[in-house]
Design a protein around this ligand. Sequence first.
Ligand code: GUN
Ligand code: ZN
Length: 468
Amino acid sequence: MTAARVRAGGAPVIAPAAVGSVTALRGAAMTFAADPFAVAAADALVYEPDALVVMRDGRIAAFGPAAALLPSLPAAATVVRYPNALLVPGFIDAHVHYAQLPVIGACGRTLLDWLEAHAFVAEERCADPVFAAAAAGAYLDECLRQGITTAAVYGTVHPGSVDALFAAALERGMRLIGGKALMDRHAPAALLDTAQRGYDESKALIARWHGRGRLAYAVTPRFAPTSTPAQLAAAGALLREHDGVYLQTHLAETADEIRWVQQLFPQARDYLDVYARHGLVGRRSVFGHGIHLDDDAWQRIFDAGAAVAHCPTSNNFLGSGHFRLGDAKRAPRRARVALATDVGGGTTLSMLATMAEAYKVARHTGFGLGPEQAFWLASGGGADALDLTGTIGGLAPGHDADIAVLDLAATPLLAYRMPFCESLSETLSVLMMLGDDRAVRATWVAGRLAHERRQPKRAPGGGRRDLR
Ligand code: GUN
Ligand code: ZN
């Protein structure tokens, strides 16, 4: 029936699909033809009420109306039908700390205190490779339940935490960008490396993992306060020495942190300049947060082709401030922005819930985030931010076959509300405002079923059929 057998508990056993075999998903589908921050939403979306997404060898081979594509399907192809659902590109979480999953939701503090009280304590536990492997498995399984097929993930300072993460991602066929946190000051002794050790360990991890399967390495200085200038320089050297590796770090998340950075790096023009001086601002740089950036900094981010990962649930949880999406996207220099959970500062791994939070944060700053734009930030825009346009974040032929199947009647309230939707835009809005993991009926990773939600019993007549 499907490309994978499903265990009793709901988590599929991912069986390798035979080379050349074809699986097609049939149902309503939505993807993007353009960036909805650059063109009108109606021109940005591609919607097929009865689509076929044809998958072969881990990639999308064809996408279009089922009536047009069915006649050319090979006789041996498997077709999986998803009625009353919406197929969308698999979600992308562009900034997350997997080792903080054990402290998600520990409230009562602002960023710097929260790091000391919760994040660092959790991260120390990843010194144990068995603990790290269990955390990585739990984290990635939760991603799949949420429709997340790609993530940019912080490991801890321990190289073993990254081995565990990449091994678990490889096993699940997921696309994953990750790296060992670099920290050589202002953290507990158990979490410190040195500039040299951090460099050596990162280099060995790059050799071991970068480019293997769908994995890519990110040089990961945690943030400017926990790295000496020597360590930031070593991070810059790693980037220069290895083509295609990423840089991920935090930038301008809270006012206290910014004051601290000013004291530590008095010669820098601003926080972004600390990174720029060390060669860390480029096309594959992803900066978490970027809440407190002025126009000049946004211009420099745009000029460098760098990206910012917007983490709204974390920002609200820690009281860090309201990200100014309107500033980031001010024409003509629209910076690349992705959406991210930032768990454990973030309070959910649901990208739908994260979109809803982004909408509310944008409202606070006077920016009306359209639902099409919110979905873009979590798919096509995330791909763009990670320099992976054309590879992930879309359903057009050639993309990795990473797909989230959203259930339009996942909960009684969704089932009741959906029939009142008068447009696809409204449907997307309701999905992100009311949806969470329950709305993810299935997740396909590189053409294989990686998660299938057990269907709750439905009242007769519940749900509805068409979107428009
Ligand atoms: N800044 C430096 N480290 C972290 C972290 O782990 N979480 C968040 N939200 N901000 C940070
Ligand atoms: Zn973070």
